[in-house]
Design a protein around this ligand. Structure first.
Ligand code: G3H
Length: 193
């Protein structure tokens, strides 16, 4: 069985400022993580070919940059679309759009941001990617985003979908999932602070 590695992009400039969404570049720490990730995969994969999948956003493509493999950029891996809240902090949403803040807190799984998406929407758009993922005959490294990886992870380890919006998917950590007959073996590697 081939491992599937899941990771978020390295820290971005928006992450540093606590801003939602957007399409910002990696921070200096994020660049550092990209290098560590490349070294980690090289060591762990050995001679095996690795499929590297990113979203279409700059921060995941930049995270793949130090790697020698070509990558495939999937729109299905783009971060949850926060619609009218893109570029805001959670505190700004709480103060300026309390109805959005409260409705999302009440049902984070089904709540759809105005002109954006819900976790349920994200799960739907991941379908074609999951089909491709299960067809691969070599290891896959998925470089994604917090919300989209929560959804993908929940599917792969067979957790109920509605529980996915609060699953911990920390930055600078690789989640290694190795499918076995009945379950997935999981290991986590933190590669940078
Ligand atoms: O920028 C979006 C976040 O990665 C999603 O986090 O669904 O917990 O607000 P959240």
């Amino acid at each position: 069985p081939h491992p599937i590695w899941l990771t978020r992009h390295g820290e971005s400039v928006f992450n540093e400022k606590g801003l939602l969404g957007g399409d910002s570049d990696l921070s200096a720490r994020g660049d550092e993580y990209a290098k560590n990730l490349s070294a980690f995969i090289r060591e762990r994969a050995g001679d095996e070919h690795v499929n590297v999948w990113t979203s279409t956003l700059r921060r995941t493509i930049q995270t793949a940059r130090p790697m020698t493999q070509n990558h495939v950029a999937w729109r299905a891996l783009d971060e949850i679309d926060a619609g009218v809240c893109e570029g805001m902090t959670y505190e700004e949403i709480r103060q300026q759009m309390p109805e959005v803040f409260n409705a999302r807190a009440a049902d984070k799984f089904r709540y759809r941001y105005p002109r954006g998406e819900s976790y349920e929407d994200v799960i739907q758009r991941l379908d074609p990617l999951i089909i491709q993922l299960e067809r691969q005959r070599s290891p896959v490294l998925v470089i994604g985003h917090q919300a989209v990886l929560r959804a993908l992870y929940a599917y792969l380890v067979d957790r109920p979908a509605p529980s996915c919006p609060t699953l911990p998917i920390p930055l600078h950590t690789v989640i290694e999932l190795t499918p076995t007959a009945y379950a997935c073996e999981e290991r986590r590697f933190q590669l940078a602070p």
